[in-house]
Ligand binder design. Sequence first.
Ligand code: ADP
Ligand code: MG
Length: 326
Amino acid sequence: MPDFANMSKNGMLTKIHTRIRSDPFTANYDLAGKELGRGKFAVVKKCIEKSTGKQYAAKFLRLRRKGEDCRKDILNEIAVLESAKLNPYVVALHEVYETSHDIVLVLECAAGGEIFNQCVGDSDEAFTEEDVIRLVKQILNGVAFLHRNNVVHLDLKPQNILLTSARPLGDIRIVDFGLSRRMDSITEVREILGTPEYVAPEILNYEPISTATDMWSIGVLVYFMLTGDSPFLGDNKQETFLNISQISVDYSEETFEGISPLAVDFIKTLLVKNPRVRATAEECLTHPWLCPVSRPHLLTTSSSSSSSSHCSSLDEPETSQSESEP
Ligand code: ADP
Ligand code: MG
C-alpha cells in the first residue's frame, strides 16, 4: 500500500524522519578541503566528523535555484535516502543540516569515486567483464530494492554510481536521488528529463514512466561499463535522441571483442523500446550472464556455486538485508 500521506501529486516524497539540524555544520565537521564532485546545483566535499574522526561526504544543496525555492526537492531526496537505508548499495545518510542558503546532506563517503573513471580508463585500469558482473549484480540489487518500494531513480548513469574503493575494487554505492519519484503518483514527467544519453524512449515520447525507465538506463550503463562506448551518443542532443528513438545500437563483434555473447544478450533484454517487454531488475538478476553456473570457467572448488540453472538475487555473500522481502 503506497504511503499516500507522504506524497505530493508529482510523486515527490514530502515527509522525512531525519532531524534537520540548525546548529552550524562546521561546529561538528572539518572540511577536508578536497571536492569530491559537483553537479548542477550541488557541490560535494569530503569532511571529517570531529567527535569520531570518521570521514563523510557533505553534499551542499542550494535552497534557491534559478530564483525558486527548492526545499521540497531536497526533502524528497532525503525521504528517498531514508526509504532505502536498509539496502547496502544505496549510499547511507548520516545527518542533515540547514543554513540560510543550503541544506547539507552528510553522506557515507564513497572514496573510490565514480565508476565512470574505470569505464573509459586505460586497459590496466578498466573493468574486466568479471568486475562488471559483480558490480552489475550490486547495482541491480539496489535498484530492485528501490523498485520494490515503488521508487524510480530516473538518473542512473556512471556519474551517479560510486565505488567504496577503486583499488582494490570495492563495492557499489548508488547516489543522487534528486530526480527520484514515487512511481505510482507521477502525473507530469516533462520537467524531469534525465541525462540525454541515458534517457529511455518513453521519456522522449512523453509516455508514462515506470520502473522500466530505470532498466533502460541500466542497459546503457552496462553497455558503457563493458565497451567504454556510450551506445546512443550522437554529435548533438538531437542526434542522440534520434538514435534512442530508433534503438540504433552497435552490437558488432568488433565493439564487443573479448566480451561474452551472454553479456550482449543481457544488454539486449534491456535496450528494448516497449517498457512492458523490457527485463525487470529481478529478472535481470536471474539472467544466465550473472549466474556462476553459466560461466563454468569461473567456478571454484568452494561450495558457493549454485546448482540450479537460475541464480539467486541474494547470492552476494556480503549482502545482509533485513528488508521485508515480497
Ligand atoms: P548532483 O545532483 O548535483 O548530480 P550528486 O549527488 O550526483 O549531485 O553528486 C555530484 C558528484 O559528487 C557525484 O557525481 C560524485 O562524483 C560526488 N559524490 C556524490 N556523493 C558522494 C559520496 N557519498 N561520496 C563520494 N563522492 C560523492
Ligand atoms: Mg549526479
